[in-house]
Design a protein around this ligand. Structure first.
Ligand SMILES: [Zn+2]
Length: 122
């Protein structure tokens, strides 16, 4: 997952390109799309800034990521590094409902009390 803004830190196109491993034109195209949908503020040659709508989505994706990371690492017993990488790959693909079910499975397996509603859906 790419955190566009962390702790008020703003990020440039070049830095995003190297973080995501894609070309600068691809980053610009992605930013323009996110900008037109109201997730970020982006102007050519200017810094990228998350808007409230974008920040909300970022936090949500991060929660999905945390659940998947715990599942792959703590339940399946995979190593931290691989768990982190694979959680990144699938976090965008799964629905909130599936994430909730995985969360419940983790809690059951690890004998944790109560399931935290990571998605805020219920
Ligand atoms: Zn969700």
């Amino acid at each position: 997952m790419v955190i566009i803004e962390s702790g008020g830190e703003k990020i440039t196109v070049s830095r995003l390109a190297s973080m995501m491993g894609i070309s600068k034109p691809s980053v610009v195209e992605l930013l323009q799309r996110l900008s037109s949908r109201g997730y970020i503020t982006y102007e050519r040659y200017r810094l990228v800034k998350l808007r409230p709508k974008g920040r909300k989505v970022g936090v949500h994706v991060y929660k999905h990521h945390s659940v998947l990371l715990r599942f792959i690492r703590d339940v399946l017993g995979a190593g931290e590094e691989r768990a982190e990488k694979e959680a990144c790959k699938v976090e965008h693909l799964l629905s909130c409902d599936t994430i909730m079910r995985i969360q419940r499975l983790i809690d059951g397996r690890l004998n944790l009390k109560g399931t935290e509603d990571v998605c805020g859906s219920k």
